[in-house]
Design a binder for this molecule. Sequence first.
Ligand SMILES: *Cc1c(COP(=O)(O)O)cnc(C)c1O
Length: 387
Amino acid sequence: MLDFLNVPFYRHDLTAADSEAMARVLATPFLTSGPVGREVEAQIATFHGIPHALLTNSWTNGALAVLLALGVKHGDEVIVPAMTFIASANVVELLGAKPIFVDVDPDTLLMTPAAVAAALTPRTKAIIPVHLYGQMCDVRGMREVLRDRPDVRIVEDCAHCFEGTRDGERPGVWSDAAVFSFYTTKNVACGEGGAITCRDPALYERLQQTRLHGMDATAINRYQKSRYRHWDMLCLGVKANLPDLLAALLPPQIAAVERRLQVRKDLVEHYRAGFADGPLRLVASEPGTVGAEHMFLIHVGAIRDTAIDILNEAGIGIGVHYRSVPTATYYAERYGYTSSDHPISAEWGAGTLTLPLYVSLTRDEQDHVIDTVRRLIYPLLKNAQQS
Ligand SMILES: *Cc1c(COP(=O)(O)O)cnc(C)c1O
């Protein structure tokens, strides 16, 4: 039989050079936000072709800083897709606003301009399109839908999509702000971290405050000229700045982002070829987009949990991205949602599982995953379809 291979769900590929980059920060007096982060911010702004970038300590805190800066508050509605990670909705809920969940496209699982149009009310304050699995939503189409509602802000959830494009454009072109995550499993990662990009200089200035307690100067600036300076608090903010210790891991990954994307593209192509003749449902490609290839999902329907056990048993790490957010106990109890309110998300979320996909995944490991799925999951699917 096969040699037993343990294929983790995720494995980073940081090297000794990254340890040295962290060690250089350790040798400086301040470990928190400083010159390293400012260089990374410039690197991100340049990569995306957007004038302003700010590092944050997570997507979640970055999104909170953005929504605070845009004035999202109690009584406001914010449109979010039902198929996403809980954080996309939690940030709305945390500010006392109401997440309005919309269902997604059945083939790409992306939020659509039509869904935004249908969910719009006089209370809508913002929308949070999610570039799920790395494919970009039609943000330009959403802007078009909102042409008579300049008061409705667009905040892109780019946690899966640092490097994707749609019609040749990167995130941040049609929105007020784009928010990224550098959480450990993301395409660009430093353990915990994130970034915001925006075009409006006034929003950028306000974000510098809402990112750091609402203060008018960072801790570093306060001591910069070795003279203490008083600071003021101008608005309510969160604590969302990224320490240089973690920012030091980002520059080489951002510089190599296209090469790393190509590695994942090749892996995705190998998965697709391996499953081409089989019974699995896969995520369809969104026209005009170059996806960031963040995840590779298969949909196996009712046998999903059995399939996860079998794959785990074979040493393969599996994820689920995601169970429909409004069906989570908190949202179901708070707003009375059931799975029939967002049937596409509910059905996808009940039947999908995510296979390992990362730059350090070897061909042998990937072949083990493909073989195992074909050998052990295909027969289960055939039986399930017959009964
Ligand atoms: C990971 C993720 C987030 C949250 O990112 P953090 O950096 O962990 O806060 C938000 N949205 C989506 C779609 C994600 O996958």
